[in-house]
Each structure stands twice: as C-alpha cells, then as structure tokens.
Design a protein around this ligand. Structure first.
Ligand SMILES: [Zn+2]
Length: 103
C-alpha cells in the first residue's frame, strides 16, 4: 500500500496492519492463566512514524481488559523493576532481620 506517495513497508515482525489500522503490530505474547488473569503485550509502531513506538500491555481478569501504552523509557523502567522484583522473588525465603529476632 502507498499513502502520501510513500510506500509503507512492514517490518518483518508485523503480524498485520492495514488501511484501518495505522499501527504495525507484532511480538504478541501472553503471560498468565485463565484463573488468575493474564497480561498480553504487543509492540506497536506507527506505520507513518507520526508517533514513537510503544508497547501495549493488556491486563485481563474476569473478562475485563485494561490496556496501557508504554513509551520506550517506561518499558526500560518496567524491565528494571521486574528484574529487581524477580531477584527478590528468587532469593531464599526467610527472615531478613537480624538473627535471634524470632519470637
Ligand atoms: Zn505492518
């Protein structure tokens, strides 16, 4: 397709866009489970480069979905926070206070 005289070339990861969808969409991934809800993400890039690329995060629970668009800076921040949280999550579970503090 061509618009404004400039052909729009899809990146290889684009899963489909078109005249009615101004965004290239790709990297669709879903994390989570039916019962607890899930988060899906996709990469959005404006076909005409009018806006900066964004990651769209959808959180779904009990059939209700909320979407959040994250800028590249926010994606960095999120990954940083997740990395920190994962480190703590994987650390041995136990009291972090001084020894002998138990009861
Ligand atoms: Zn595309």
């Amino acid at each position: 397709m061509s618009e404004g005289g400039r052909p729009v070339v899809c990146p290889v990861w684009c899963r489909g866009c078109g005249p009615n969808d101004p965004m290239h969409r790709g990297f669709l991934a879903t994390v989570g489970r039916e019962r607890t809800g899930w988060v899906s993400l996709q990469l959005l890039v404006d076909r005409f480069v009018r806006r900066e690329a964004a990651i769209k995060l959808d959180a779904t629970r009990y059939g209700a979905t909320r979407a959040v668009l994250l800028s590249p800076g926010q994606v960095d921040r999120l990954i940083e926070e997740l990395t920190q949280a994962r480190r703590l999550m994987r650390a041995p579970v136990g009291r972090s206070g001084p020894a002998g503090e138990e009861r």
